[in-house]
Design a protein around this ligand. Structure first.
Ligand SMILES: *Cc1c(COP(=O)(O)O)cnc(C)c1O
Length: 390
C-alpha cells in the first residue's frame, strides 16, 4: 500500500485503500470486494461509477469545464430549472458541499432578517442536529462538545429539541429570523422529525413570520423515497439545502429558496467553483435518473425490503428495532457494539461489507438508491453472520 503519512491526520482510518468500485461493490488494493452500504456517506445515490455519471462527466469535460461564475452556463441553468420544477422552490444557488449550501442558507436568512425583520438574525436549530463543518455550520450543529471545539462559536444559533414544539416556541424572540432542521437527523442516528411536528413547526414559523429552512443534504434527492423528505410531511418550507446525492459522488450542493425570500443583492454570494458546468452536468444526469418513471417507487419498495429485513434481524437477535425513512435506515442495538460490528463486517471473508455506526448503539444503512433486491438480501445475510459472531 502507498504510504499515507503525507496526508494530514484527521481521524483513525483502517489500513485499506480502495481502488475501484462498481454499483454496490467496492474493491480494495488487494482485490477484496466489499458490499457497500455506506456509499461515500450517502453520496453515491446511483452506486459507484455509474455509466450515466461517467458519460455526463466525459461529455461535459470535452465541452466546457468552467467559464467562471461571472457567466451563465447551460448545465447550471438546466439543473436549476429541473430542481425548481420538481420542488416548491423558485431559485437555486449551487455550492460545492453541504456545509457551503447551509452557510448560504444562513446568510440568506440573515439578509432577509436585515431587510424585512428589523435586523433579526437568530436561527433556531436543534440538539443533535448536523449542518456541516464550517465555523457557522458547526455553530448551527447541535452535536455535544462542538460548542467549545474551535471556540468562540458563531453567535445566533439557540438549540431546541426535535419533536418538541414548546422548546422551539420558548426560544422565539425579537431577534429570531428562522428555524432550521433536518427532516430526519442523519448523523444523530437517523432520528425522524414526526410529520405532526413538521406541520406544527410550519404553522408556528408562519405565525411568527419566521423562515422555515430544511437541511435535506442527507434526506433529499430520493433518499427517503420521495424526491425531498419535506413532501412526506405535506408542508412547503421557505428555504432548502441539498447536497450529497445531488452530485452522485462528485462535489455538488444547492441552496433553494422561494421567490419572495430570494433576497441576495449584487456581491452578497458567490464562489469560484459555484455552479460550474462539470458538476452541474452530473447533477442533471442524476436528477433525470431519479425522475424517470418508477425510480422513486423502486426506492420505496427496496426501503420496505430493507426495513422488514432489519426488523426480522432485530427480533431474531433481541435487538432494539429499526427506524428510518426510505433507504436511510438504522438498526438499533441494546448495547454499544456498533463500532465492533462495523469492523467485523469489513473483515468478513472472502467478501467484506461496509457499514456505518454514527453512534455506538446503532448501525446506519445508506445504500445506493439503485441497490438490487438481491444485494439487500445479501447484506442482511452477511449482517446476520456478523451478529451471530458477536
Ligand atoms: C453531510 C451533511 C452536511 C454537510 O455536508 P458536507 O458536504 O459534508 O459539507 C450538512 N447537513 C447534513 C444534514 C448532512 O448530512
Amino acid at each position: 500500500m502507498i504510504a499515507t503519512d503525507a496526508l494530514m491526520w484527521i481521524n483513525l482510518r483502517p489500513e485499506l485503500m480502495f481502488v475501484e468500485g462498481q454499483g454496490s461493490w467496492i474493491v480494495d488494493q488487494n482485490g477484496k470486494r466489499y458490499l457497500d452500504f455506506v456509499q461515500g456517506w450517502a453520496v453515491n445515490c446511483l452506486g459507484h461509477s455509474p455509466a450515466v455519471i461517467r458519460n455526463a462527466l466525459a461529455a461535459q469535460a470535452g465541452k466546457l469545464i468552467n467559464p467562471s461564475p461571472a457567466f451563465f452556463n447551460e448545465p447550471a441553468a438546466r439543473l436549476a430549472q429541473l430542481l425548481a420544477a420538481n420542488s416548491c422552490f423558485d431559485r437555486v444557488f449551487f455550492a460545492n458541499s453541504g456545509a457551503e449550501a447551509n452557510e448560504g442558507a444562513i446568510k440568506l436568512a440573515r439578509k432577509w432578517g436585515k431587510k424585512q425583520r428589523g435586523g433579526a438574525y437568530e436561527i433556531i436549530t436543534f440538539e443533535n442536529g448536523f449542518h456541516g463543518r464550517s465555523l457557522a455550520t458547526m455553530s448551527a450543529t447541535g452535536k455535544p462538545g462542538w460548542d467549545t471545539l474551535f471556540a468562540p462559536q458563531v453567535a445566533g444559533f439557540p438549540k431546541a429539541r426535535l419533536n418538541d414544539l414548546d422548546s422551539v416556541a420558548a426560544l422565539i424572540g425579537k431577534n429570531t429570523v428562522a428555524v432550521m432542521l433536518e427532516p430526519v437527523q442523519g448523523e444523530a442516528g437517523v432520528v425522524p422529525a414526526s410529520g405532526e411536528f413538521m406541520r406544527a413547526l410550519r404553522q408556528l414559523t408562519i405565525d411568527h413570520g419566521l423562515l422555515l429552512i430544511v437541511d435535506e443534504v442527507q434526506t433529499g434527492m430520493g433518499r427517503c423515497g420521495t424526491l425531498f423528505a419535506y413532501e412526506q410531511a405535506d408542508i412547503q418550507p421557505d428555504v432548502m439545502t441539498v447536497g450529497k446525492g445531488i452530485g452522485g459522488g462528485v462535489p455538488l450542493a444547492a441552496l433553494l429558496a422561494r421567490e419572495e425570500f430570494s433576497c441576495f443583492e449584487a456581491g452578497d454570494q458567490g464562489g469560484t467553483y459555484n455552479g460550474n458546468p462539470l458538476m452541474t452536468a452530473v447533477g442533471v444526469a442524476v436528477l433525470e435518473t431519479l425522475l424517470a418513471p418508477g425510480f422513486l417507487a423502486g426506492v420505496r419498495a427496496k426501503a420496505k425490503l430493507l426495513s422488514d429485513g432489519l426488523q426480522a434481524l432485530s427480533t431474531e437477535f433481541g435487538l432494539a428495532g429499526e427506524r428510518g425513512c426510505g433507504l436511510l435506515r438504522a438498526l438499533l442495538l441494546p448495547d454499544e457494539r456498533a463500532p465492533a460490528l462495523v469492523t467485523a463486517a469489513r473483515a468478513l471473508n472472502p467478501i467484506g461489507m461496509l457499514l456505518n455506526a454514527p453512534r455506538p448503539s446503532l448501525l446506519r444503512f445508506m445504500p445506493a438508491l439503485n441497490v438490487g433486491h438481491d444485494e439487500i438480501e445479501q447484506m442482511l445475510e452477511l449482517l446476520r453472520s456478523v451478529l451471530a459472531q458477536k
